[in-house]
Design a protein around this ligand. Structure first.
Ligand SMILES: [Zn+2]
Length: 255
């Protein structure tokens, strides 16, 4: 170690407690690291190479210590550093051993996971991410009853359609959305809106924040589709349930 500040041997003026603390390698390494950081900052000097003992001390100090929050910059640095790097054989074996021993989640673990989620609401950002993922799904959510009814009516009218389709170019406008039904030949999309989720004026008298947000989103989608030359037809749940497809018939009838 030679000239490193860690080796300062004069303890004469230190208390017994201080000496004991200093004898602890973890404490010593931490303090030395802090000293050297401070010194480096002050003098702008280049760091001397770490001795073996010093490295061991540092790793002992870091063991079990939690890192601060991973900033974006840090995670980028890590990913750059790891890019194109291959794991050593030993490392790969270690990982595979660890995975082999893990086994399925225990019941307790699953319960604790679900407890952690309980009562937690998704943030707007999470919701947007979910929408994005859903828009890319080949087989999205299960079809709702009103969607099925609408499609069977289209079958009855003899109109061919696609379901759960995206309009090309919508993503570029920042909108990730699959339309319930698409009639590509007519450049027309049909949205089937549930009364509760989309807040129809007839059944939802008191519009809350969710309804306002959803309606605003619907309008945004309509505008985007319109700007790309598509026509959007919105059918309400209460219309479909009584078999009122007049909007659809009017839109489909040759003008
Ligand atoms: Zn309604």
């Amino acid at each position: 170690m030679g000239s490193s500040p860690c080796d300062r041997p004069t303890f004469s003026s230190y208390s017994e407690a201080a000496r004991k603390r200093w004898a602890d390698p973890v404490y010593r390494a931490r303090t030395c690291a802090a000293f050297s950081r401070a010194g480096l900052k002050r003098r702008g000097r280049k760091r001397p190479p770490f001795s073996k003992e010093w490295c061991q001390n540092l790793s002992a100090a870091a063991r079990g210590k939690k890192r601060g929050p991973c900033t974006k910059e840090r995670s980028q640095n890590i990913s750059f550093a790891l890019k194109g790097r291959k794991l050593t054989k030993e490392c790969r074996e270690r990982i595979s051993r660890a995975l082999k021993d893990r086994g399925p989640f225990t019941k307790e673990h699953r319960e604790s996971l679900s407890r952690a989620q309980m009562g937690r609401k998704h943030t707007e950002r999470e919701k947007e991410n979910m929408r994005r993922r859903r828009a890319k799904q080949v087989f999205p959510l299960r079809d709702t009853k009103i969607e099925v009814l609408t499609r069977s009516h289209l079958h009855f009218l003899g109109v061919s359609f696609r379901k759960h389709a995206e309009i090309v170019g919508m993503r570029r406008l920042g909108i990730f959305h699959q339309f319930d039904v698409m009639l590509p030949a007519r450049r027309m999309v049909i949205e089937v809106d549930g009364c509760y989720w989309h807040g129809c004026r007839k059944h939802i008298k008191k519009q809350n924040g969710m309804h306002k947000r959803n309606r605003a989103r619907d309008r945004k989608i309509d505008r985007a589709a319109c700007s790309l030359g598509w026509k959007v037809i919105r059918l309400w749940e209460h219309e479909i349930k009584v078999g009122d497809f007049s909007k659809l018939r009017i839109a489909l009838s040759p003008a």
